[in-house]
Design a protein around this ligand. Structure first.
Ligand SMILES: Cc1cc2nc3c(=O)[nH]c(=O)nc-3n(C[C@H](O)[C@H](O)[C@H](O)COP(=O)(O)OP(=O)(O)OC[C@H]3O[C@@H](n4cnc5c(N)ncnc54)[C@H](O)[C@@H]3O)c2cc1C
Length: 472
């Protein structure tokens, strides 16, 4: 890829921080860095294959404590509804609100700020891979956990070329203001992001993080990456793997159809032939809404099956025959729902973020709020001269809950719908959202668990005992 006219080649090859990937995670991190006066003199390179703000995702969330620019929130719903074949519940939220942000608004605003910030450089390039280059010739150039074959797989390059570029181009004197002490990888324990900022001072040990790209090699004290799968990805322990896959239509109608105050969180009253299936409806006004046909299943379905699911739903629920509404925009997505434990680092000094950091909650697919907390914690740590958080996974007990629900979603879709029904029948929505946000206490978790059929969870506990007993 050649640099475009709007994003000319970054002249400087060395930065304090490289942010590789300008999606939800990269944008949130650059925003957090720009907010911190302690970091205003740090030189930041933000890289993506395209820095054109794209409308390709609608991010919904309910914990808005860390969200940049509340004015970027596109719509907020106070009432949520859920529907099952034999029951329907709706509730006006007390503590939370359900919000959505459009990816083009988010990218547009943050990139505009970044362009005006003198210490941030924007670069359009394909990212090929990362590595750690030690300043000490005695040390091996890569961390012990780095998996070259996977790195090459992720980058699509041959091993030889990466090696050559690593040693051929990135030499010379490297500014090392913020390099991280080369500690061994450790499995993360069970603490929350906010409480796990590593208190070790950022060391000045020689060594630098290297990014290989289509326009050459760049170095930094730290690289924060959300573009490539971490090395060894396919070797990470994996028992349960589902996909949350969906196609959504933003439709416009000529008559009033929707209630813009109520979001349909999950409508399970649809055929369940291909896995756990529900429709999600976000009305923005009486005449336009995003309607998303969503499945939790091991395989995605054909475009035709999504189209049929959407058309049938819109006709039966909204009384709109195909052709009587305009499809303004189509959103498609596949989100991993799995029990893989992603490493915090790609290799020394290169930190994983976002989906590539394993921030997706396995049982729901929600990631956006977790990205906000994680990137705020990174900027906070950097501004205090500390290492970025080493532990980014959920606490142990929430990993176990996720695993048990995922087990049921995988093995028994029908029972899973019953579990959701009883969950919403017996709990206030705010409590469920708090639980999904992992902000409940253990006694509150127990009350929630007692409100749903427990046999499937005992079965899941037995089926997953090898993981539950080894740290989940
Ligand atoms: C359609 C959709 C809707 C979603 N809705 C929600 C939601 O409502 N709520 C929620 O909590 N989560 C949602 N998610 C899940 C999650 O929040 C998003 O996937 C989120 O965008 C993840 O952020 P990220 O930065 O990790 O990845 P991305 O936002 O995908 O960003 C990765 C960036 O890296 C760049 N990149 C990748 N490879 C390279 C390369 N080799 N070279 C250069 N650049 C590269 C890409 O261009 C991209 O800009 C949704 C996901 C999808 C797909």
């Amino acid at each position: 890829m050649q640099p475009t006219e709007s994003y000319p080649m970054a002249k400087d090859r060395n930065y304090d921080y490289i942010i590789a990937g300008a999606g939800a995670a990269g944008l949130s991190l650059v925003w957090n860095i720009m907010q911190r006066k302690e970091l205003r003199d740090r030189r930041v390179l933000l890289v993506d294959r395209s820095l054109e703000p794209l409308r390709d995702k609608t991010w919904c969330f309910w914990d808005d404590s860390h969200v940049p620019f509340r004015d970027l929130i596109h719509h907020t719903w106070e009432t949520l509804a859920v529907r099952f074949p034999d029951a329907q519940f709706s509730e006006t939220l007390k503590t939370y609100r359900y919000h959505c942000v459009r990816s083009d608004d988010y990218a547009g605003k943050i990139l505009e700020m970044a362009r005006e910030c003198p210490n941030v450089t924007l670069l359009e390039a394909d990212i090929d891979g990362f590595e750690f280059k030690s300043g000490d010739s005695e040390e091996p150039p890569l961390s012990g956990r780095s998996d070259r074959s996977d790195e090459i797989l992720a980058s699509g390059k041959s091993s030889g070329s990466v090696e050559n570029r690593a040693y051929g181009e990135s030499g010379g004197s490297v500014e090392n203001r913020a390099s991280v002490e080369n500690r061994a990888y450790g499995e993360s324990g069970g603490s929350e992001i906010s409480s796990t900022i590593d208190e070790t001072n950022i060391s000045d040990k020689k060594g630098t993080a290297v990014m290989h790209s289509s326009v050459g090699t760049f170095t930094a004290g730290h690289i924060f990456q959300s573009a490539l799968r971490p090395p060894g990805f396919h070797q990470l322990k994996l028992d349960l793997s589902l996909l949350q896959h969906f196609t959504g239509w933003h439709i416009r109608t000529e008559r009033d159809v929707f209630d813009p105050g109520t979001a349909m969180f999950m409508d399970f009253d649809v055929p369940q032939d291909n896995g756990v299936t529900f429709v999600y409806v976000l009305p923005f006004s009486k005449r336009d809404a995003l309607v998303e046909y969503t499945l939790f299943s091991p395989e995605i379905i054909s475009d035709e099956a999504y189209r049929q699911g959407l058309e049938e739903y819109i006709e039966q629920r909204c009384g709109l025959a195909p052709g009587s509404y305009e499809i303004e925009y189509t959103e498609k997505g596949v989100i991993p729902m799995e029990d893989r434990r992603y490493p915090a680092r790609y290799c020394r000094n290169v930190w994983n973020m976002g989906t590539m950091g394993g921030l997706t909650k396995p049982s729901t697919g929600y990631t956006f709020t977790r990205i906000q907390h994680h990137t705020a914690a990174i900027a906070e740590a950097l501004s205090r001269g500390k290492n970025p958080p080493e532990k980014i996974m959920s606490p142990y007990r929430f990993r176990v809950y996720d695993m048990l629900l995922l087990y049921n979603l995988h093995r028994d879709p029908e029972t899973s719908v019953t579990i959701f029904r009883e969950l919403f029948r017996n709990n206030r929505f705010d409590r469920i959202l708090r639980f999904l946000e992992e902000h409940t206490r253990f006694d509150q978790d127990l009350r929630i668990m007692a409100s749903v059929p427990w046999m499937p969870f005992f079965r899941a506990l037995y089926g997953m005992k090898h993981r539950v007993l080894t740290g989940a």
